[in-house]
Design a protein around this ligand. Structure first.
Ligand code: GLN
Length: 484
């Protein structure tokens, strides 16, 4: 294996200006990438070790531990921090032949929807650099959209892969809770967190997920459920022709198409639903009545868990320390300097909702409503709906600096946080553009229903590509064995 793919990624990163002064996508590059790519050659002919990503450069969000690069979570409190171990997803990518190329910018500790909350400055959207790429996996979405890498990993707690995918015009998948190991993913809200995949095409996303999915003894919440060949499923669906979705029931939840929905989003999603119908699917109107509670519930549960998970960053074990006379003063100074305003807000909010006297009113009640949101999904799927189709976001990418009110920022997650709360898988697929800005459509499936979700997504991608003449091609097509 030559290091040519790595050199091409480096050249592309330079050409688009992916560094700090430009789009600010990359936080660190793997200095060993070329050497690692070259070393892959040695045993590449060993057929007993299939390596579907042989030589493919990949990017990882900066909250996924690697041995080659720092893991800072976009935070000052972890500036320069190097993990003593690597995340299971990073190891699995390498085992599949991928080369870890770079880490990508993100909202600090994955809290945000625009990548403006990074301690290392905002990432710019490659489609329109005056706009945000979405977040919190904005750097990973931008790395794929800018053509630097074909596949990048992000993380999801409440939409952080799907929303940036939608804003940047790429594919983003959030797997079922438990589908992918969280070992080595820095915890934000442990009952919601999941590693996700960003890619140019549904097929590449399917392949990426197939590589990282599956039980991991190092993560007790990873599930012992067989991993289908998602890439093969996607490929067959895209090539089927005719009416490949005949017999598939696609639910259209009315709560996800409110009056105020952006017109461009409404039109592109309507066109996508028409395409699904032409592919043979039955479109059925359904209701998920507790959808309105998703944002309030999410913004209680996620900060509560975050306030506990982030307690470990106190200047003792991780990252730089601000020295002071006493231990408590040292904690105080390190955390005050180390955490940015959004992370501080979440920790305060989380500590408050967990405090004695308020626990029942907030946290316990939020957990009860979360169960109702999950039950909404269970009910529609039990009633014969195979997948749901919705917009991914209420509008397209907004200008950098345009959203300063935290609550307005939180509303970006209105259509995505529900899948995290319920634990079900969901994917965002480009469905067109409005005013030159990409729009994503979301397909949500039942627990461990990723195969069906990929099939519908791949068929839709192929149909829309044919409609607009912007064929869905351009993926690495690694599943087809075309990587050289
Ligand atoms: N935007 C949401 C938040 O700020 C979701 C973040 C995520 O999924 N990591 O919490």
């Amino acid at each position: 294996m030559s290091a040519q793919s790595v050199r091409a990624a480096r050249a592309r990163a330079a050409a688009v200006g992916a560094g700090r002064e430009g789009l600010n996508i990359i936080l660190a590059e793997n200095p060993e990438a070329e050497r690692e790519a070259e070393a892959l050659g040695a045993d590449s002919r060993d057929a007993s070790r299939p390596r579907p990503l042989l030589g493919v450069p990949v990017a990882l969000k900066d909250n996924i531990a690697t041995l080659q690069m720092p893991t800072t979570c976009g935070s000052r409190i972890l500036a320069g921090y190097r993990s003593p171990y690597e995340a299971t997803v990073a190891r699995r990518l390498r085992d599949a032949g991928a080369v870890l190329f770079c880490t990508t910018n993100m909202d600090e500790f994955a809290m945000g929807s625009s990548t403006e909350h990074s301690a290392y400055g905002p990432t710019r959207n490659p489609v329109d650099p005056t706009r945000v790429p979405g977040g919190s996996s904005g750097g990973s979405a931008a790395a794929v959209a800018a053509g630097i890498v074909p596949i990048a990993l992000g993380s999801e707690t409440g939409g952080s892969v799907r929303q940036p995918a939608s804003f940047c015009g790429v594919v983003g998948v959030k797997p079922t809770y438990g589908r992918v190991s969280r070992f080595g993913l820095v915890a934000f809200a442990s009952s919601l967190d999941q590693v996700g995949v960003l890619a140019r095409t549904v097929g590449d996303a399917a392949l990426g997920l197939r590589v990282i999915a599956g039980r991991d003894p190092l993560d007790a919440t990873s599930a012992e459920v067989p991993v289908p060949d998602y890439a093969d499923v996607a490929r067959r669906a895209a090539r089927a022709g005719g009416r490949p979705l005949a017999g598939t029931v696609v639910g259209r939840p009315r709560e996800y198409f409110p009056e105020q929905l952006h017109t461009g989003v409404r039109e592109r999603c309507a066109a996508a639903l028409d395409a699904l119908r032409r592919l043979g699917a039955e479109i059925r109107d359904v209701s998920l009545p507790h959808t309105d509670y998703a944002i309030p519930v999410y913004y209680i549960v996620a900060p509560a868990e975050a306030s506990s998970n982030l307690a470990r960053f106190d200047g003792v074990r991780y990252g730089p320390r601000v020295p002071r006379e006493s231990l408590v003063e040292m904690y105080d100074a390190t955390r005050s300097v180390g955490f940015g305003p959004e992370v501080t807000r979440r920790i305060l909010l989380g500590t408050y909702v967990l405090s004695a006297g308020y626990y029942d009113a907030y946290y316990r009640r939020a957990q009860a409503v979360r169960a109702l949101i999950a039950a909404d999904f269970r009910r529609v799927f039990a009633d014969g709906v195979d997948v749901l189709f919705t917009p991914t976001t209420p509008g397209p990418a907004f200008p950098i600096g345009a959203v300063s009110d935290p609550y307005e920022m939180y509303l970006n997650d209105i259509f995505t946080a529900t899948a995290n709360l319920a634990g079900v898988p969901a994917i965002s697929v480009p469905v067109g553009a409005t005013g030159g800005l990409p729009i994503g459509g979301q397909i949500i499936a039942p627990h461990f229903g990723e195969a069906r979700m990929f099939a519908v997504a791949a068929a839709l991608e192929a149909a829309l590509g044919a409609d607009t003449g912007t064929a869905a091609g351009g993926g690495i097509g690694v599943g087809a064995g075309t990587v050289s």
